[in-house]
Design a protein around this ligand. Structure first.
Ligand code: AMP
Ligand code: MG
Length: 419
């Protein structure tokens, strides 16, 4: 029989087409399929509408080996998946007595009688295999259609997850291509998406044609660019080896702009570097309003290396709490590298710690000037050995500027700690 390599996920439920509910089942299903080496080539969200469902299913059957549907297996009139699938595949439905009895017992165990409509959940398309549901009343279904497979799963995530895990392991894995897909994420900061692409593009052709091919996707998000690398191979170890080589090649080309290649976030990287050195940090934040302290302390165990944070917006606060001189403020303005450096040094010396971080900037929407428009941010890091600072010009509204400022400050701390 044909190997199962390409899948589609159909998330069924009108609520998923409104802003009130998010389709998360497809993410879980995709991760499981990938683990067994099956690619998801597209997914759809479909309302509880027989016509839309039928077309969605027909479309999927025209393109992939495996169709996984979630939702629409409940007992109520809006639950249409079972009927539509039976019609599209040309199967009649019969009542499976053991299922009907099982559902009846679930109700009786709670001292209730089974509503008649629940009998719909005991309807099974001819030739389908019933997938047990330990958690709820709706059973899942496994239907082979020629070389193709259609899997129907109930919508509630806590029911779907164990059911799909089991069916993927028992039924899909043996018929998959015998490959695994492994992913690594390389995180870069300080370069735009296209500059990252330019720097690593030359690697793509070798990756694509390698014995263990490596695929790449570049994703820009706030304050960073992510390079998602995935490798497919018969063995986990081979995929990991190919990915390690790819990550090394990326690091060689992007140098110190790569801040993470093992899944760790920026705040965790900085925390781990502080721990390695046995150092403590103190923060002086204007513009970011404590965001740097918040991000650093999102990491469990951070109290070992975060000493304190001072949020100082008023000039007077910068002077009295951090020792920034009024002359310096007058000469350079509050948003300047000189003041950021003085803030970093001031908080470090007053706290008696090894590393100080200072930030000052114009988050907007007001407060900008021609010389220092909204988005102008100075970040600085001070240690006993050195003082470093950088002036940035970030785009976007207030919260975006704040996040980018925190990222730039943490990144400067990383660079100092790594040197
Ligand atoms: P259903 O099986 O269609 O009766 O779905 C029952 C419940 O499962 C819905 O009310 C949702 O709360 C949840 N649900 C259905 N589909 C999804 C999905 N794709 N992702 C997350 N939750 C879902
Ligand atoms: Mg539904």
């Amino acid at each position: 029989v044909k190997r199962l390599t390409r899948a589609a996920v159909l998330a069924v439920g009108s609520e998923l087409l409104t802003p009130s509910r998010l389709d998360t089942n497809s993410l879980f299903v995709t991760a499981e399929l990938n683990r067994h080496g099956i690619d998801v080539v597209f997914k759809s969200v479909l309302g509880d509408d027989a016509d839309e469902l039928a077309r969605g299913l027909e479309h999927a059957l025209g393109r992939v080996d495996v169709v996984v549907c979630s939702g629409g297996l409940g007992p109520t009139a809006d639950d249409l998946t079972r009927d539509v699938v039976a019609t599209v595949l040309g199967r009649t439905l019969y009542t499976a007595d053991d299922l009907a009895n099982g559902i009846r017992r679930r109700f009786e165990a709670r001292g209730l009688s089974m509503p008649r409509i629940n009998l719909r959940q005991a309807l099974v398309p001819e030739g389908a295999v019933v997938l047990a549901n330990q958690v709820g009343t709706a059973p899942g279904l496994w239907i082979e259609h020629g070389d193709q497979v259609v899997v129907l799963l109930p919508g509630p995530p806590r029911e779907l997850r164990p059911m799909f895990e089991a069916v993927a392991h028992e039924r899909l894995a043996p018929r998959a291509g015998g490959r695994v897909i492994v992913q690594r994420i390389v995180r870069v900061t300080g370069r735009s998406e296209s500059h990252v692409e330019e720097a690593i593009r030359a690697l793509y052709r070798d990756w694509a044609s390698a014995q263990v091919p490596v695929m790449v996707t570049i994703l820009a998000s706030l304050g960073q660019v992510e390079i998602h690398l995935s490798a497919r191979a018969p063995e986990q170890s081979e995929a990991h080896r190919a990915l390690s080589a790819a990550v090394e090649a990326v690091e060689e080309r992007l140098g110190a702009d790569v801040y993470s290649s093992d899944g760790r976030a920026m705040e965790q990287i900085v925390g781990d570097l502080l721990l390695t050195r046995g150092w403590c940090a103190a923060l002086a934040e204007s513009c970011t309003g404590g965001l740097i302290a918040s991000r650093l302390t999102d990491v469990p165990g951070s109290s070992r290396y975060v000493d304190r944070g001072v949020v100082a917006y008023a000039n007077e606060a910068k002077t009295s709490l951090l020792g920034v001189s009024t002359d310096l403020l007058a000469a350079h303005g509050a948003v300047s590298e000189a003041v950021a450096r003085s803030m970093a040094e001031g908080v470090r010396v007053r706290a008696g710690v090894d590393l100080g971080i200072g930030v000052t900037g114009v988050a907007g929407p007001g407060g900008g000037s021609e010389a220092k428009p909204v988005g102008t941010v100075a970040v600085a890091v001070s240690t006993v050995l050195e003082s470093r600072s950088r002036l940035h010009r970030f785009a976007g509204e207030r919260t975006l500027v704040k996040f980018q400022a925190s990222q730039a400050a943490l990144n400067l701390a990383r660079l100092v700690l790594e040197s």
